[in-house]
Design a protein around this ligand. Sequence first.
Ligand SMILES: [Zn+2]
Length: 356
Amino acid sequence: MASTKPPSRVQTPARNVNHVVLGNLVLKPWNQAIYPADLVTKDTDRLYVCRWCFRYTCDAGAFAQHMRVCEHRTTPPGEKVYDHGGYAVWKVDGQDHKLFGQNLSLFAKLFLDNKTVFFDVATFLFYILTFTDPDPDKSDTYHVLGFFSKEKLSWDANNLACILIFPPYQRKQLGKLLMGVSYKLSGWDTDSGGHIGGPEKPLSDLGQKSYDRFWAERVARYLLQEKKDGKNKSKSNPGESDQKKPATPKSARKRPLRETMTVEEIGQATGMLNEDVITALKTMDVVKTGASPKKRKMGRLVADDNAVNIRKSDVWAWAQTHNLALDDPVRADGFLGEWAPKIESEEEERISSEPG
Ligand SMILES: [Zn+2]
């Protein structure tokens, strides 16, 4: 799904779908549909889409019948990789679930205009965001709220190809949740052969706006956690995770107001590309340009061209103005399987039980 390719509208005549019925929601598409012409006629008033598997039909009766027997009615396809507070992320391999990937792409195209819909979904992974009400009396099923796709093998180190939170669920910080998950799953901070990356570019206007804010928050969180810990480390101290909003600590006054760091340094700690780190710093407007080489706490000279002189008091100010929660919305303990955090006590137990 190279975004540089011309839209596939050329091959597939545009089709107008006036309304999409997704489960019990009625949505107005933002873009022209490219559903196959033999199944969706021009100027369709209502297209019915299954809220679990994204199969579609113009026949209300067939839709109602399908909803009773959908194979994904109780569980999404794929493997659960994240679960916290009722929100879960499921990894769906396009090779194993081709029809699901295609149907999800067709639906997403109604609300995404900068990407071509692809039918060759086998080379992609889809990460589906679901919500299940923790109270079983309130809901007997789950809701798909959005997703992101990712190329299995990206030569450009893209950790995300497309992202969409479905319109009724937007403005609830869920995009940030998926973006955070996409960085974690890139595995840049593990030994599993991951890499630093970012979303496929160019981004849409809406995507750029969302990422600008996400990156700024990610870098701010890193800089403020580092300051809070008083050490140059990216891992937060679990004992300090209760603090919800930044408040300028008294000790901050004793620290230098400016600190010279390199863009690479921030990128290594956050898994972000240099260009995205720079975007984040510009978004927050916390860099004094023309930073001169200066001694850091480590005692090394920073003479790199990518050295930036960061006004940390401005990072605090930005964080307070924007109500930044210092706790990352993506919870480390929400990851499952290979992404689950290692439990140190078990490690120690295992090591100590090994024959000496
Ligand atoms: Zn279905």
